[in-house]
Design a protein around this ligand. Structure first.
Ligand code: PGA
Length: 252
């Protein structure tokens, strides 16, 4: 049985004060909710991680970082290491988000190293990938997705996938309000399972959770999540509102 996951990527939003407020509302909205085989994860900025970990103890909410550095320590000004995250009780990290790839030049090669570092230390990784609009228009979306997965993940052992959650995020759907249709998400997720099966085996392909991300909102989550190969969502904008995020969680 694959785990379902709803993860909120807060990106560069929320001061400490705003984080406190949002956490309070979120805990209220999700109180008493009983979920089976489902993880609810939020990813605040680095500076608010420690507070969030503390405030979500004894709740269904888990906490993820939005990035880490591939080196374990050293002269990398401004960066955050895996041990720093583990030390404050963070055990998941988002890697490969399209904003990191586009604005911070994260290459497939660097991402492969980051994934190795994270997995090697026992962190769970939410690994993001997805095509640009022109890739889809040129019918290159399957090719691009296969190459992103191959370059960053396919050198990993089968064992490593116990710690990997995939997040298919077509770049044209992120923050644009233009979501992929549920059928487009299903088509790509099925393709992703087929390439996992080809490179590993059927059992592994069926065990990995694959999330969809890109303009998931309370009014479209249920339809997207109803697809057989969609195991949940990575939510940006709508994760900043307690009511919207919890409505999405409840539609899983
Ligand atoms: P969005 O962001 O929900 O605002 O489109 C998704 C993401 O970037 O993960």
């Amino acid at each position: 049985m694959r785990q379902k996951v709803v993860a909120g990527n807060w990106k560069m939003n929320n001061t400490l004060g705003e984080t406190k407020k949002l956490l309070k509302s979120l805990k209220k909205e999700l109180k008493g909710l009983k979920l089976v085989d489902t993880r609810v994860i939020i990813a605040p900025s680095f500076v608010n991680l420690q507070h969030t970990v503390k405030k979500t103890e004894n709740s269904i909410i888990e906490v993820s970082a939005q990035n880490l550095h591939q080196a374990t320590n050293g002269a990398f000004t401004g960066e955050i290491s895996v041990d720093m995250l583990l030390d404050i009780g963070v055990n998941t990290v988002i890697l490969g988000h399209s904003e990191r790839r586009a604005y911070f030049n994260e290459t497939d090669e660097a991402l492969a190293q980051k994934v190795n570092t994270a997995i090697g230390s026992g962190l769970d990784v939410i690994f993001c990938f997805g095509e640009q609009l022109e890739d889809r228009q040129n019918e290159k979306h399957f090719e691009i997705v296969e190459s992103q997965l191959k370059e960053a993940l396919f050198a990993l052992s089968s064992e490593a996938y116990k710690n990997i959650i995939l997040a298919y995020e077509p770049v044209w759907a992120i923050g644009t309000g233009q979501t992929a249709t549920a059928d487009q998400a299903q088509e790509m997720h099925k393709f992703i399972r087929s390439i996992l099966a080809k490179n590993y085996d059927e059992k592994l392909a069926n065990s990995v959770s694959i999330l969809y991300g890109g303009s998931v909102k309370p009014n479209n989550a249920e339809e997207i999540f109803s697809k057989p190969d969609v195991d949940g969502g990575l939510i940006g904008g709508a994760s900043l509102k307690a009511k919207d995020f919890s409505a999405i969680v409840k539609s899983i």
